[in-house]
Design a protein around this ligand. Structure first.
Ligand code: PXP
Length: 246
């Protein structure tokens, strides 16, 4: 069964727009949102603790770790300060992502080939601490082979390229790249997650990507929640994921 990790960063984005520095009293309440996602059936709560702390704050991560009942997926850049926090929080899994200061949201995958040397130490430290590791990469065979050399148990395939080309002539090529990437990762013994830009309209394309374990979805669920409420938005996404089969 394909699992759903709900990325709740944008709940914190809304809170920070008004309550920066007063997060404990601010709306919307991040923990309440996480618990609602769990109530609706989400399998994992995902948050990205960015170096600039633009949405998720340190205390959020510790509170979620303590209070949620499912799994905590901490997205983070490969930087010492955040690695230290991850080692204290001990999320179930860390997904290492690239972070560019001017970006609105994560844009594309990590360059695991170029950063292999720097990633090796971090992955080792996290695994030694009993934390699973995933690398957020594009479905490029060289990146996937680097993840295998690094012995990363998981990768998360960047689906933003597919999301941007749905309905255009480039869509099929993007999808084929993801299908081949998932296949290669599976052959190399890596478990495959996927995320970025997945929504209620493009989920049928995701069905064609084999060997997926979990999807991480944020923006579309939080956006739909404005109309339906968060619990119903998560339920609708889970329903859409049901037809997926390996
Ligand atoms: N996975 C990763 C690694 C991400 O960085 C993001 C965006 O923060 C997502 C999934 C979720 O993307 P979206 O908000 O487009 O669903």
């Amino acid at each position: 069964m394909l699992k759903l990790g709900v990325n709740i960063d944008h709940v914190a984005t809304l809170r920070q727009a008004r309550y920066k520095g007063r997060e404990d009293v601010g709306e919307p309440n991040l923990l309440a949102a996480a618990l609602t996602c769990e109530k609706a059936g989400a399998h994992c709560i995902t948050v990205h603790l960015r170096e600039d702390r633009r949405h998720i704050q340190d205390r959020d991560v510790f509170e979620l770790r303590e209070k949620i009942q499912t799994r905590l997926n901490l997205e983070m850049a490969n930087i010492q300060e955040i690695i230290q926090i991850a080692l204290r929080v001990k999320p179930d899994i860390v997904c290492i992502v690239p972070e560019r200061h001017m970006e609105v949201t994560t844009e594309g995958g990590l360059n695991a080939v170029r950063q292999e040397k720097y990633l090796a130490g971090t992955i080792g430290r996290l695994l030694d601490a009993g934390i699973e590791v995933s690398l957020f990469i594009t479905a490029d065979p060289e990146q996937i082979r680097a993840a295998a050399r690094l012995k990363s148990p998981f990768i998360e395939l960047y689906t933003g390229g597919l999301a941007e080309t749905v309905g255009t002539p480039r869509e099929e090529k993007e999808l084929e790249r993801l299908i081949a990437g998932a296949q290669l990762a599976h052959e190399l013994g890596i478990k495959v997650n996927a995320g970025h830009g997945i929504n209620y309209m493009n989920m049928d394309r995701i069905y064609r990507i084999p060997h997926l374990v979990e999807l991480n979805i944020g923006h579309s669920i939080i956006s739909r929640a404005m109309a339906t409420g968060l619990e119903e938005a998560v339920r609708q996404m889970l329903k859409l994921m049901e037809p997926y089969s390996l």
